[in-house]
Design a protein around this ligand. Structure first.
Ligand code: PXP
Length: 237
């Protein structure tokens, strides 16, 4: 059984569309905990497109399960993380022009920068997860860098149509998961997971944590829409 990390970024995306106070990702985190979330995940991006500094501070005070901060290896964000002290930092690549994180962090290419970031975060008592493509060289470098966990990027699996291509992507994740566990790191996975495609990934041996955002927020809008309209209808009629 994998732990569920609920990524609340897109609750903040809706709020930022109007730069207003609702919906508040802090409320969403409370509801996620009530729903059984084992972990609350958020990404404080350098461009602050969704989660704001205030959200991170309040979530640190209110979340009672594990708080997982996705972040780039940027000096500004590292300084904030060391001050706020989430339980876990998941290091991800970040490009301003991307719609969402598009691939794993290249820890082979950026080894020195990642090592410096890990040192700084670790000295603040924060556990380290690295978001990586299921590639042996990346995974071995993560172990050499002393990461506590690897979050396998499931984007290619999620994009594959059901059938042999999807199975091929799943097999790549299974093989990578085995290597991660053999090296003694905790196994996490995420990106693009949905109600339809999550089960085989949750079933990968040793899977410890799944981080899921967009699909949960999308479903929340749909399952809550009828009641929200009913409440407004009562007010206006
Ligand atoms: N894990 C990581 C490292 C991510 O960057 C994201 C997206 O913020 C997720 C998981 C969640 O992806 P999705 O929103 O597609 O479920």
């Amino acid at each position: 059984m994998a732990n569920l990390g609920v990524n609340i970024d897109h609750v903040a995306t809706i709020r930022q569309a109007r730069r207003t106070y609702e919906p508040d990702p802090v409320w969403a985190a409370v509801l996620a905990e009530l729903g059984g979330a084992d972990c609350i995940t958020l990404h404080l991006r350098e461009d602050r497109r969704h989660i704001q500094d205030r959200d991170l501070r309040l979530l640190r005070e209110t979340v009672t399960v594990k708080l997982n901060l996705e972040m780039a290896c940027s000096e500004e964000i590292v300084a904030i993380a060391c001050q706020v002290k989430p339980d876990q930092a998941t290091l991800v690549p970040e490009r301003r022009e991307e719609i969402t994180t598009e691939g794993g962090l290249d820890v082979v290419r950026h080894r020195d920068q990642v090592a410096r970031t890990i040192d700084a975060l670790r000295s603040a008592g924060i556990s380290i997860s690295l978001f990586l493509d299921p590639d042996d060289k990346q995974l071995e470098t993560a172990a050499a860098l002393g990461a506590d966990a690897v979050e396998l990027h499931t984007g290619q699996y999620a994009l594959a149509p059901p059938g042999p291509h999807q199975q091929q992507q799943l097999d790549i994740l299974i093989k990578a998961g085995k290597l991660v566990r053999q090296m003694g790191l905790a196994l996490h996975a995420g990106h693009g997971l949905t109600y339809r495609n999550v089960r085989p990934v949750a079933d990968i041996e040793g899977m410890h944590e799944l981080n899921i955002g967009h699909s949960i927020v999308a479903r929340a809008v749909m399952v809550g829409f009828q009641q929200a309209v009913r409440e407004m209808k009562l007010l206006v009629s």
